[in-house]
Write a protein that binds this ligand. Structure first.
Ligand SMILES: *Cc1c(COP(=O)(O)O)cnc(C)c1O
Length: 390
């Protein structure tokens, strides 16, 4: 089948919800993948932050293959080994007390929202269910997480949207204080707004927000679907800010390429979600969790994380030397590039033609390379990006 036929079949049978680049990716190794025409691409996208160990990492492949051969699935009616191991690894690494497993970022955020509302209901009764989120945030595509997303463009067509959300400008503590009343049970945030353009929160705002919330027993939910699992050079982005949210959600990078979402809750929330309050048929699937354990074995290590930071610093300093770059935002290997001219879409298209995959976020170029990318791949990719920008 040639590329034209691939594209035509796709257009004939798949709903056109995605705008795709004109390439079909057939295989990959490390941070390099190959298109159906044999052309090689350096990958600075990790499948949007998912392939934390790159394409088909040997240890990850071994873990999921062996698990697939042993036990593929059995349902949450029974105990299995990989999900317990993964939950233990996550709790030990992060200081959280309990974990719920689902299948995606949006679903993890739904779980977090339910947990926050139930905590408040149990303790204060009805009427304290509002969740405050930040303007320009992104929390997912389900009706509720679209509502949580603080961007008007996402609040069209699909009404009625879920009630009980309120939006506050990021880094505006006065506005937050004004919007906190006795109907609010939680504030939800991304430490670095990813889809919103790789925009980190200010440290002072984060500190003040946590103090305000603690004082009023309002929960802080950190959406670390994109920033978590080593992406920023720390296991969780919250570590950069020296805070411990009541709930943290993970997804993208955790499974290393298989669908998973996780809700991590603190000690005071460990008993909020009792039997039948929540569930997921696929949640905690043995194969997926075996893959996530392979990711955790590597990424939860401090030396690994230091390397992620070092690679991120190298990328950032190289980019800042480029005359076409106005600024670089983000942390570790989650970087946003503000351009002095041209659009991020044009840059992405030009990079593709020269053999580099990159992402965009609003008007910025966004880089999320695999955490395991080699110096050589990094250099090759940077060279292409540099050529395109110059
Ligand atoms: C990608 C993303 C989501 C949605 O994750 P899905 O797995 O696509 O549901 C939610 N929050 C943040 C911060 C994300 O980056």
């Amino acid at each position: 089948m040639n590329f034209k036929e691939v594209k035509e079949r796709d257009q004939e049978y798949i709903l056109p919800t995605y705008k795709r680049f004109d390439v079909c990716i057939e295989e990959g190794k490390g941070a390099t993948c190959t298109g159906s025409d044999g052309k090689k691409y350096i990958d600075f996208t990790s499948g949007i932050g998912v392939n934390s160990l790159g394409y088909s990492d040997p240890e990850w492949v071994k873990a999921i293959s062996e698990q697939a051969a042993r036990l593929n699935h059995t349902s949450n009616l029974y105990y299995t080994l990989p999900d317990g191991e993964l939950a233990e690894r996550l709790c030990n690494k992060t200081g959280y007390s309990r974990v719920f497993f689902g299948n995606s970022g949006a679903e993890a955020n739904e779980g977090a929202i339910k947990t926050a509302r139930k905590y408040s209901f149990d303790k204060y009764g009805e009427g304290r269910s509002t969740i405050v989120t930040l303007v320009n945030s992104f929390h997912g595509r389900t009706i509720t997480t679209l509502t949580a997303t603080g961007q008007d463009v996402f609040h069209q067509y699909f009404s009625p949207f879920t009630g009980g959300f309120r939006y506050v400008e990021a880094n505006n503590i006065l506005s937050l204080a004004e919007n906190i009343d006795d109907t609010v049970c939680a504030v939800m945030l991304e430490f670095i707004q990813g889809e919103g353009g790789v925009v980190p929160l200010e440290e002072g705002f984060v500190k003040a927000l946590f103090e305000l919330c603690q004082e009023k027993d309002i929960l802080v939910i950190a959406d670390e679907v994109q920033t978590g699992v080593g992406r920023t050079g720390k296991f969780l982005a919250s570590e950069h800010f020296g805070v411990q949210p009541d709930i943290t959600t993970l997804a993208k990078g955790l499974g290393g390429g298989l669908p998973i979402g996780a809700v991590l809750v603190s000690e005071k929330l460990k008993d909020v979600m009792g039997p039948s309050s929540h569930g997921s048929t696929f949640g905690g699937n043995p194969i997926v969790c075996a893959g996530a354990n392979a990711v955790m074995k590597r990424v939860a290590d401090d030396n690994f994380l230091r390397e992620v930071s070092a690679k991120g610093d190298k990328l950032r300093s190289c980019l800042l030397c480029c005359g076409k770059v106005a600024s670089v935002t983000g942390l570790g290997m989650m970087l946003g590039i503000e351009l002095k001219s041209g659009t991020s879409g044009e840059v992405a298209q030009a990079c593709l033609e020269k053999g580099l995959l990159i992402l965009t976020a609003k008007e910025k170029v966004r880089l999320l390379p695999p955490l395991t990318i080699t110096d050589e791949e990094l250099k090759k990719g940077l060279q292409i990006l540099w050529d395109v920008l110059s």
